[in-house]
Design a binder for this molecule. Structure first.
Ligand SMILES: [Zn+2]
Length: 353
């Protein structure tokens, strides 16, 4: 895949900044946020209309961990449906809502399950949907995982853009971070902080510091919009350290992956491959954050700063925000009613133009 120089992120507030190791973060774990449903008395000017795709699109390929051949279809869905996955190779009657309540604690990836049906490694497809602000969609697939493509979200973003994106009548709620939320490992090596933002936007920072000689310290910052996602993040590929590959493959995972179709970092950088941008790894971690935070089931307004964190921390932050604000759950439920629509909703749906 070719990537032009304009993907350096200029104009999208994506920049490299130094990590301030002396910065002290509070040890108190807390979360105070508020969700804004659209009402006559409580309307936010930045609130937008829900969106779906105009027509079905298809992506084929191989799954990252299990290596199964897979065909994935993005299908339109009605307003207030939300994002749901459907395993058409198993029980077609089961929809799996892409919400944190359905998340499984699997390592190194994001998985969801409902009524005994599971789909794994959904984060890059979720990032494409959330990055493009597509709120209502059925994601059908005939294998345990979506196709990995080149390890980025580009193949999903291309398919969704090809489908066409349409606005619907209903409005999309926002969860607005009011006070700090903080997730951290006991040794403070991994941290995830959500803070209010004055810009009414959704800003993400990822500070990547694996303290590994082959992977330099790097930081990516992005004000997330559909355009900035397409220009600055969608192409960023997943990566793995050379020593981790043997561990995964000993577990029977990633057997169809090679350094040519996945960034594998050895002693001299990527093996048999080259980076699209010097900070591609930090950008990919931002992409993962967008996919995982989409498990909120609503828009997020605030600034989130991640340091060395991963999918597990992302899920913890989503849960923390929701636990601290139980009133948000009902609003989110109203806008993610796929289980009420049922698995046949994709056939009944009429395009909204
Ligand atoms: Zn990823």
């Amino acid at each position: 895949m070719q990537h032009s120089a304009d993907r350096q992120g200029r104009g999208h507030n994506l920049s490299r900044i130094p990590v301030d190791e002396s910065e002290s973060a509070p040890r108190l774990k807390s979360a105070r946020s508020v969700i804004h449903p659209f009402t006559r008395n409580h309307c936010l000017p930045m609130m937008r209309r829900q969106r779906t795709i105009a027509r079905t699109s298809t992506v084929t390929g191989v799954g990252l961990f299990h290596g199964a051949d897979v065909t994935l279809r993005f299908r339109p869905a009605p307003e207030n449906h939300g994002i749901a996955f459907q395993r058409i190779d198993l029980d077609e009657t089961v929809l799996i809502p892409a919400l944190i309540d359905y998340a499984l604690p699997l390592p190194r990836r994001t998985a969801i399950s409902h009524n005994g049906v599971t789909v794994e490694t959904i984060e890059h497809a979720m990032a494409a949907l959330a990055g493009l602000q597509i709120d209502n969609c059925i994601v059908q697939l005939d294998a345990p995982e979506p196709p990995v493509g080149d390890g980025s979200a580009q193949h999903f973003a291309d398919a969704l853009m090809e489908s066409g994106i349409v606005e619907q009548s209903a409005l999309r709620s926002q969860l607005v971070v009011r006070n700090k939320a903080y997730i951290f490992s006991l040794d403070r090596r991994e941290e995830l902080t959500a803070i209010p933002t004055k810009t009414r936007g959704y800003k993400l920072t990822y500070e990547l510091d694996y303290r590994h000689p082959d992977l330099p310290v790097q930081t990516a910052v992005l004000d997330v919009t559909p355009q900035s996602f397409l220009d600055a993040l969608a192409f960023a590929r997943t990566f793995v350290l050379e020593e981790e590959v043997a561990i995964l493959q000993a577990q029977g995972l990633g057997l169809r992956m090679t350094p040519r179709n996945l960034l594998v970092f050895g002693a001299d950088g990527p093996i048999d491959n080259r980076l699209h941008t010097p900070d591609e790894c930090a950008r990919h971690k931002l992409l993962d954050c967008i996919g995982d935070f989409a498990l909120l089931g609503c828009d997020l307004r605030g600034e989130i700063i991640a340091r060395r964190s991963g999918h597990r921390h992302n899920r913890e932050l989503v849960r923390d925000l929701l636990i601290a604000h139980p009133h948000a759950n009902e609003v989110i439920r109203q806008q993610n009613r796929c289980l009420e629509f049922g698995a046949e909703s994709t056939h009944r749906f009429r395009r909204v133009s």
